[in-house]
Each structure stands twice: as C-alpha cells, then as structure tokens.
Design a protein around this ligand. Structure first.
Ligand code: GLA
Length: 369
C-alpha cells in the first residue's frame, strides 16, 4: 500500500478575495485527509471510507457521470476527471480514505480530499506534477462537484510549510512562506452552526463574488490588483456592490498589513487586523452569523488578541489568535463563555506541511516544475 495525505487549512486573513485574484494569507493545519492505496490492474477506481461513508467504485473514463449532488464520491470523481483532462486516463486505484478535518467547518476538508485523491491517482501512475500544474487543474476540477471558489484551499493544502503561513498570489501564481513567530498560537473554534455547501450558501457566495466583479467594472478597472483607493466605493450606487468593493479593497490592505505585522513580530497589530477583518465580513460583506459574532466576541473577552471567522463564513469556525503562553487560558475562557463547559469544539491548530512537502522524496510528485 502507498500513502498520500493532504491537510486542511485555516485562513489567517484575506477572506473572499482569492476569487478576485488578490493575495491571501492562510496556513495548512495538522488535520488532514489520508489516502492509502494499491494500484489497480485496470481503470477501475474504488474507495472505502474509514469514516462511515458508503464505498464507491467507478470506471475511470474521459467523461465520468457524477453521483447525485452531495455524495462524497463526487470528490473522487472530480479528481479522476481533473487528471484525465490533463494527463489522460490511466490505471485506477483501490483506496482507503480517512481524515480528521471537521467537515462543514470552513477548514477545507473537501478540497483536502480532492487534493489527496488527485495525488494518489498521479502517484499510482508515476506522473510527476508540479505545484503550478496542479493549481491549473484543481480549482477548476472542483466545478465538477458544483462548487468553484478561488484557489486558496488547494494552494494551502499543496504548498503548506511547517511553521509558516503562506502568502499566496494568484496573478501570476506563486507562494511565499512566511515564518510565524514561535510565540504566536492559534485556536480553531467551531460556531456550532455548520457551514454546509448547500445551494443556498453557494448562491450567497456567488452573489458577493459577482457584485464585487460588477463594482470593479463599474469603476472602470480590469483587475482588483490595480485598486487601492477605498474611497472609490462612494462612487458606486448599488449598496451591495459598494459593500463588496469596500470589503475586497480593505481586505487586500489588511493582508499586506498582516504580513508586515507577522514579519515584525507585532502580535498586537496582527490581532487588531484580524478583528478589523471580522468586522468587515460581518458588516460589509455580510457573511457572518450571530453564532460567529458571539464566538469572536467571547474569544476577545477570554483574552485573545484577535478572532475572526475563517473560510467562506455562514457558519463554521473562527480562528482565534493569542500568544502561545496565553492559549490555554483563552481556550478555557471560551469553553466557559461560549460552550457551557464543553471543550470538544475548540482545538489548537499549528502551521503544518502541505501535501507536496509530505510527498517530497517520492518520484511521482514534485514540488517544483
Ligand atoms: C471558500 C472558497 C475559497 C475562498 C473562501 C473565502 O473557502 O473555497 O476559495 O473563496 O471561501 O475566502
């Protein structure tokens, strides 16, 4: 049996701007999806889940029909389809899939599954794919499942580095790891509202995305990368376009400021930037919910320096930031204030190696072109 694994991610700052091709600052986390597999003698792909999902088996062809919407097997099919489009159909695999990324939490468990299964299919067939090549097929590949976000989740899962946040650029694509100060710590805290990828949530997500796009056009720009003047928002007459524009441009600034604070080891400034980011997601983009707002308030009350929703929003997790030696106290405060004594929904997250670093040393997947 061979093994590949791909981590989930938390986004530290830079929310709802990757699809406008603006830089973001996530980190890969220790929680991951692991695929153990044996190479088939034919083109059949079979997978059993050790986490209670029904076994799935299908023929690898150039045009794979999806399972009904919501079926976990669609991520396996998306991987096969993405590989086929770029490298053709090859030998299938018999796989065992397991993971410990909480689902529907905004931690990219589904992208990690897509990444891990894609790497398993490539490795099984001795295909060496670079990070850049994988980034060309994976975000698009997710369209097969009916979702299409930006490229942040796949890039973090692939390119994560232990101890580092990732400054990810999309236009053109490149990743710069930034060492996180050793005395900084992070918790992930679930709002207790699941962030399902339902069609209603997808519609809300797309609505923000398209309004941001329309705002850009209305102001006569081709790329958000060319815009830094937040006051231009006042020229927009549509309130949704105005709010989305202001969020996008100010969030891009916060990413730049957060990188500066991280490099300077300025924890207080970094925390303030996260808090400002949550405010913009709550009041501007309006993708938060009462649970996430209360959770982030409780985190600050418990002594965190910063707290914000992470991922698409509409439920899921908040990322909570504190000095490492304060983390246990903040966690206990959250358990008391938000969870009524239950400690099972808040856990530490550490910046971890991505799937390519884990695979380094194997001949099939290279982290460089
Ligand atoms: C989801 C998408 C990402 C990104 C975030 C919001 O997680 O998959 O690409 O757009 O939402 O920042």
């Amino acid at each position: 049996m061979q093994t590949v694994s791909a981590p989930g991610r938390v986004n530290l700052i830079g929310e709802h701007i990757d699809y406008h091709l603006l830089p973001v600052l996530p980190m890969a986390i220790g929680q991951r999806v692991t695929v153990r597999f044996r190479v088939s003698t034919d083109t059949r792909i079979s997978a059993v889940s050790l986490d209670g999902f029904a076994p799935r088996s299908f023929e690898w062809t150039n045009g794979i029909e999806p399972y009904p919407a919501g079926d976990w097997g669609n991520y396996l099919k998306a991987a096969a389809q993405a590989v086929a489009l770029r490298w053709g159909v090859h030998r299938g695999i018999d796989a065992e899939v397991t993971g410990n990324i909480p689902p529907a939490a905004g931690l990219s468990s589904s992208s990690a599954l897509l990444v891990a299964f894609t790497l398993a299919l490539l490795r099984a067939n001795g295909i060496a794919a670079s990070l850049e090549e994988l980034m060309e097929i994976l975000p698009d590949g997710e369209q097969y499942v009916g979702t299409r976000g930006g490229g942040m989740d796949h890039a973090s899962s692939l390119a994560g580095e232990e101890g580092c946040a990732l400054e990810i650029h999309f236009d053109p694509f490149h990743v710069r790891p930034i060492r996180i100060p050793a005395d900084w710590g992070f918790l992930c805290a679930h709002s207790l509202r699941t962030a399902e990828k339902s069609s209603a949530v997808r519609e809300e997500y797309n609505q923000r995305r398209f309004a941001g796009q329309r705002a850009l056009q209305a102001l006569g720009f081709a790329r958000y990368a060319d815009v830094t003047d937040e006051t231009l928002a006042s020229r927009l007459s549509d309130p949704l376009e105005q709010r989305c524009f202001l969020h996008v441009v100010s969030e891009a600034r916060r990413v730049r400021e957060a990188i500066g604070a991280m490099e300077a080891g300025d924890a207080a400034a970094f925390g303030r930037i996260l808090n400002e980011g949550h405010g913009s997601l709550r009041d501007g983009l309006q993708v938060s919910c009462t649970e996430l707002d209360r959770l982030t308030e409780c985190a600050l009350q418990a002594g965190a320096l910063g707290a914000r929703l992470t991922g698409a929003g509409f439920g899921g997790c908040a990322i909570v930031f504190a000095r490492r030696d304060e983390l246990a106290r903040v966690k206990q405060g959250l358990v008391d204030l938000f969870y009524g004594g239950d400690a099972s929904h808040v856990f530490g997250v550490a910046p971890s190696a991505g799937a390519l670093a884990m695979a380094a040393g194997t001949s099939a997947v290279s982290s460089h072109p």
